[in-house]
Ligand binder design. Sequence first.
Ligand code: UD1
Ligand code: MG
Length: 433
Amino acid sequence: MSKKSISIVILAAGKGSRMKSPKAKVLHTLCGREMLYYIIKTSRCISDDVTVVVAHQKEAVVGQMKRYFDDVNFVEQDAQNFPGTGGAMKNISVKNEKVLVLNGDMPLVTPKSLEGFLESESEIVMSIFDLQNPDGYGRVIIQDGHVVKIVEQKDASARELNVSTVNAGIYAFSKKVLDKYIPLLNNNNAQKEYYLTDVISMARADALNITPLLVDEEHFKGVNSKKDLSDAEIIMQERIKTSLMEGGVIMQLPSTIYIEEGVVFEGECVVENGCRITGNSRIINSHIKAHSVVEDSIVKNSDVGPMAHLRPASNIEETHIGNFVEVKKSTLRGVKAGHLSYIGDAKVDEGTNIGAGVITCNYDGIKKYETIIGKNVFVGSDSQLVAPVTIEDDVMIAAGTTLTSGIIQKGSLAISRTKLRTIEDFYYKFFKK
Ligand code: UD1
Ligand code: MG
């Protein structure tokens, strides 16, 4: 089936009260991106006609998704008058005769896992799985080998609650089926909602063919609680890391590494155990050593860590960042910063050595200021560079110097120390030894 021949509707208008959160459920993130992002991304691989139904916190949902996708339609559900997944399907207009309906709380679905829905010629295909613990799902009632209805948990009898075959929440309908049955839905149920799932019993009563498709939990699990979110994140992490390793990244003890969806690796890279790499970081031909954190930064031809922290907007090239070094919003090219430093709002050029314990004092309590360090500068250990400060090329900063605002000229030495005093035999007098 070509990308042009199916339309997709993603239901994302619900509150998600089981998340117990002020944030709309579909905006909760796993691996750095909102759960709705994943299902839209999957949908865009299959279809050119993707509609997302929104209502609850619609400005936030639409705003966030427009950051990633500019070719998705958003439709508002009249959730006041027509709450529920069936209410969400009112006023939808689609381009194609076949419509795949997806719940927005299913981030683990992949294009491959949806193939069965696209291949079937049946007027209704619905997804089912068997669960040891079916709690929360709609139960699928099958009689004589035919699906006859879906009963929501809150409406189920004690006998129906024991049914372990559940509705996974994905359906392929012909447009004709939707046009006929969506207007006929009612809200005579425990939740006073319009259930999309009632289409099944109505279609069955008209002797329509309903094809159940057995799907797996790993791809079709719905996220309804924060526990579900964390379970889904574990699966998503596995997928991200497996795909990165297949692409050539070396990982030591990958189960201890956390890498977000937006991170890109190029060339030969090594990530050691315990690292966390987030945002839109780009790691190119670099080695990230144990227990380092890289957030929204670029690391090229460099080594970082162990136990280093690159905070957002750091740009590191041909550079060595050693243990307990923190860098923030700084550009370092051809630099060595081996131990225990804070480099913030700085630009540091080639051949420069940042000694142990050097601090850029970038904040005066009100504003942040820049530190500019030129080429081949030797910044001695335990120096404080009080920004704004510019250090030109070929400068030596003596260890322990406090450099206050200004310009240090090319070729000079900057030293600020009190003169060393020694007092003979002071130790013996003090301790009376
Ligand atoms: C739904 C199914 C249930 C199935 C389960 C699978 C119904 C009535 N029930 O239940 O049979 O087992 O999914 O995960 O469909 N939404 C709207 N508008 C609304 C309400 C919900 O767009 O008014 C959206 C939500 O944002 C969500 C999706 O529909 O993305 C599913 O809603 P949710 O409340 O999670 O339904 P479940 O109770 O999980
Ligand atoms: Mg759900």
